[in-house]
Design a protein around this ligand. Structure first.
Ligand code: SF4
Length: 406
């Protein structure tokens, strides 16, 4: 039990932080970000958290007052707090972990650019973010000033893109590209617009979640001015928990949508934070109300100090299985694993398909809604019968019995 004195002090410190921040001004929010050494002013820290702050092998600590206000100062299990405050698991390097599991550096022809898929590249535009999420998969670079991308670095990246006509799609990530100045964002989008073979630009930003006040009308006008016949701009953000779906976040999303940008969500599956069907369902219902479509649910990467966040692979499959039938399909993310070693993303899905019985040309499925077995026919003369999982007579009869038993 915390002492009354501790509780009062922490509440007072929070009040002071919130009142000295010019709340709706993103610059003031960034200037008042809370760093690791100050976390004990705003949270009643556990021993595990104190050790995590002192010994983390992950990225720096930082949180905007806005995001910190969503967290619980006295509950160590609060999902927002767990994304802000390191714990002792962050101090341990497991044998299977690597700082660059996706081999982004090996696949980097010029500084800051990863060319993994033939027609797409990832541009690391910025080392800085509004909040340094403890689960960040790019923690080897994010938050480190020596990873700052200078204008010349970006120019080299654009030169590479310009001379590779197969590149149609550029993901701008980081760090958070929307933590760059409006002028720099304008310049980056202008450069991409000027490359005729680049048709798509995807902005990866967590600012709608961690600093929604950064999504200003001015910023949206800049994005809108480059969202035209030659370039289509998309935005992918990362809401991980329903507590993040605030009215402020919704306003930020609506501003992006008004500028013609389609917004999708890429959650990360995080142990003890959102690893349940109920939480994910609630999150994605709220996202649809905010007009954000589900895109991915990421299996966490094998990055240093990540053991506290990782879940068994089957957990993600269970979650999307739970969601099916309870929300429109556009609210169900694809569960993806970004394969270690630079193998790219693969999707993992529940197995609703039970098999094919050639004698009757019928496929059998398990319904996500009724839980029962349902059947459909393969067209006669199909040349694809050998592709299916063939059911034997015994299995088929059991499925027929199942379908009529309830
Ligand atoms: S906002 Fe994105 S890039 Fe920045 S720390 Fe969080 S997950 Fe990493």
């Amino acid at each position: 039990m915390p002492s009354i004195l501790d509780v009062q002090t922490i509440e007072k410190n929070r009040e002071e932080l919130f009142s000295r921040t010019n709340w709706f001004d993103s610059t003031s929010q960034l200037q008042n970000r809370v760093k690791g050494e100050d976390l004990d002013k705003y949270f009643l820290l556990t021993d595990s958290e104190k050790k995590g702050i002192a010994e983390t092998i992950r990225l720096n600590v930082s949180a905007t007052p806005y995001y910190l206000k969503l967290s619980d100062p006295f509950d160590p299990q609060c999902p927002i707090r767990r994304m802000i405050v390191p714990d002792s698991s962050e101090s341990v390097l497991s044998v299977e972990e690597s700082s660059d599991p996706l081999h982004e550096e090996r696949l980097s022809p010029v500084r800051g650019l990863t060319h993994m898929y033939p027609n797409r590249v990832l541009l690391f535009s910025n080392h800085s973010c509004s909040v340094y999420c403890r689960h960040c998969m790019r923690g080897r670079k994010v938050s480190s000033p020596k990873e700052r991308m200078e204008k010349e670095d970006l120019e080299s990246a654009f030169d590479y893109i310009r001379t590779h006509s197969e590149i149609e799609d550029v993901v701008i990530s980081g760090g958070d590209p929307l933590n760059l100045s409006n002028a720099r964002i304008d310049w980056i989008l202008g450069e991409l617009s000027s490359i005729p073979h680049v048709k798509i630009c995807r902005l990866g930003t967590r600012n709608p979640v961690t600093l929604p006040f950064r999504i200003t009308k001015e910023l949206c006008s800049i994005i809108e001015s480059h969202n035209n016949d030659s370039l289509s701009v998309f935005c992918n953000t990362q809401f991980n928990h329903p507590k993040e779906c605030t009215p402020e976040a919704k306003e930020a999303i609506l501003r992006l949508l008004k500028s013609g940008v389609s917004v999708g969500n890429q959650s990360v599956l995080l142990k003890g934070i959102n690893d349940s069907g109920e939480i994910m369902l609630e999150l994605h219902k709220k996202l649809l109300e905010m007009r954000v479509r589900a895109y991915y649910l990421y299996d966490p990467e094998l990055i240093p100090g990540s053991r506290g966040f990782r879940t068994p692979l089957q957990k993600g499959v269970e979650i999307v299985s739970y969601m099916r039938g309870k929300i429109a399909g556009m609210g169900i993310p694809q569960f993806v694993n970004d394969l270690p070693g630079g193998g790219g993303k693969i999707t993992l899905s529940p197995n609703w398909y039970l098999g094919y019985f050639p004698d009757t040309r019928q496929h059998a499925f398990r319904s996500a809604v009724t839980g029962k077995v349902h059947f459909s026919f393969e067209p006669s003369g199909s040349e694809y019968e050998s592709f299916y999982h063939i059911l034997n007579e015994q299995e088929w009869e059991k499925l027929i019995a199942d379908s009529t038993s309830r």
